[in-house]
Design a protein around this ligand. Sequence first.
Ligand code: MET
Ligand SMILES: [Zn+2]
Length: 763
Amino acid sequence: MSDHLPAFPASTILGYPRIGPRRELKRALESFWSGATTKADLAEAGAALRTRTRTHLTDLGLDPQAAAIPSDFSYYDQVLSTAVAVGAIPERFGIDASTPISLADYSRLARGDAETAPLELTKWFDTNYHYLVPEIGPDTPLRHAPGSAPVAEFAEAQATGVHTRPVVVGPVTLLALAKGTDPLARLDELVAVYQQLLAELAAAGATWVQLDEPALVSDNGAVPAAQLGEAADRAYRTLAATADRPGILVAAPYGDLRERFATLAGTGVEAIALDLVKGEIPDDGALAHARGLTLVAGLVDGHNVWRTDLHAAAERLQHLRAAHDGPVSVATSTSLLHVPHTVADETDLPEQLRSWLAFADEKVGEVLALTAGPETAPEAFTTSRAVREDRSGALGVRRDEVRRRTAALTAADTERADASERATAQQERLNLPSLPTTTIGSFPQTGDLRRARAQRRKGELTEEQYAEVIRGEISRVIELQTELGLDVLVHGEPERNDMVQYFAELLDGFAVTQHGWVQSYGSRCTRPSILWGDVSRPAPMTVEWTRYAASLTDKPVKGMLTGPVTILAWSFVRDDLPLGEVADQVALALRDEVSDLEHAGIGVIQVDEPALRELLPLRADDHQAYLDWSVRSFRLATSGAATHTQVHTHLCYSEFGEVIDAIDGLGADVTSLEAARSAMEVVPELAEAGFSRGIGPGVWDIHSPRVPSEAEIVDLLGRALAAVPDRQLWVNPDCGLKTRGYTETVESLRNLVAATEQTRASR
Ligand code: MET
Ligand SMILES: [Zn+2]
């Protein structure tokens, strides 16, 4: 470590959106992948975005000389970029890791090719961002790759006169997120590689580096919680002892470090960033371990879009400054990766709602205002107070009829008749064969559909013309399913741009942005809706389409709704009401929809909860309270259903282990789950947990265009039937088909039906 470490900047952010205000990175990546542009074009687009970000953050007021501007660009994912920088490239890709990796090879790791499957993709902590899972087995090479992106991008900024702070994922988190035998077995080797990386950064002139260690605030990772503290201690003592290195900031976003704060503080690192939105200020005992260290107070929420209550934040800052013997800086709680670029772009939002919001750029301003304090930045504080008052009293934020309804709820509202009684009544009504076949809801979203939606938006199609297009699509989808011989049909969801936004647009209490894109993974972005007020349903949302589908067939048609937890998880949710209460409001709106579907004669209704696992809190002792409200809200949405109405649910994207009891608690008559890739592993798990209602473990991995063979599906069904009786098993794909094409959809569903018939015949 150099003797003269410059002070950590007074104000900073832990990261900034990489995708670009008009999704420039998305376009550059996709045209490179399609072959329309070259790697030089992509590199140029990346450099232009980085330059724009540095200039823009400087203009917004972050210090361009003092390591206040994070250098956190990545062409696809920061976990992948860090893995590449430490040479952790699985041998199966056949990539030479001794020279900086090409953009083509980098893309191959993320996307695979004809011969090689890509790295697995999974959710990043409790966010809707997805990272690529590093593969670090006993033999995976780990080696310093000189000239890797963190160093090159730091140097690029230096050349333009901006002294940035390189950001990489820390070694403990990289291993905790990796797939391999014993994730921590390679810790010492990996830390040695980080030492070389730090030395190279120091040689390039970096004064500070940020190592992101969110794994330290979670109990849910691959490393047993008990070993995380020890791993952090070992890793950071070694890193701190590196001879030539920049100052080390360890960032712990998304939660509370708890006892691991004192551990980290004792390792010799110079600074720790605390998420004070999710976590608490360490107590005096813990702070005693941190004397002289810089604490970076994450007081501005990087993971939601509301303006900060600057007075409350300033009070906590004051408290921390008084309690801590050492410098205190101000920052966002997490990277701003999770929020859109700027509210200024949202010219279509109602002016009042707009004034309550802070996206990435506005949050930089809040960090600076907090650092300055109410004396120096009085307008910011006055505005903050005015916004709070305006928001709490605004029309629609609190609606008596909604509050009265949630306040009057009782346990009876979450109960249905006994499950076996329901099963009998439903079978009598639906008269289904054994091993009933169905799909998860959506059918391929064709170019024609997307065009029709765009034309409707531009006013080029009237409502009636648009409805005609949708009806045409529904009748095609019903015809196809009839021809394929499926048992429970769906309308195909052609009217939905997105399974959450569709409902957000129809419910009161939500707003939709124009440019509010956030990166989900790689070039994929989502545009979360904003849930700002009390939620209610002004009119039925799905009944017309479902009724139309049902009118075309004698087979049962399944109504399709998105569940309360998923609606919350994929929106920006108000921060002035407990999530459980917001979930109840959404649940009641859905409950009314269920009732209307029943009145329209629909006998099967599915309420999707793919995000149930995603919102699971990072700390084990918070799990129960979450599972209580999430399960309750689902039951509230569905328990109004009559005994003879069959309620389905669908979950995907997760290891279900930790939520098995919750899945049972949902009480759905039929539960479909993603299972094809894990060879039906979830079926025996559910059976062992005593789950006795219908189960539809997916037999077709819909995440790739590959068509599963009939024999393969027969094999999967055999595995499932080894664990559960025939009467429990349903046959369906892993998830909806909206991202698939019709060619593979038809072939795969044909095989699915044939495999089911073959299995039925053999029983
Ligand atoms: C991410 S879960 C998707 C469920 C939805 N019903 C669909 O089929 O698209
Ligand atoms: Zn799904």
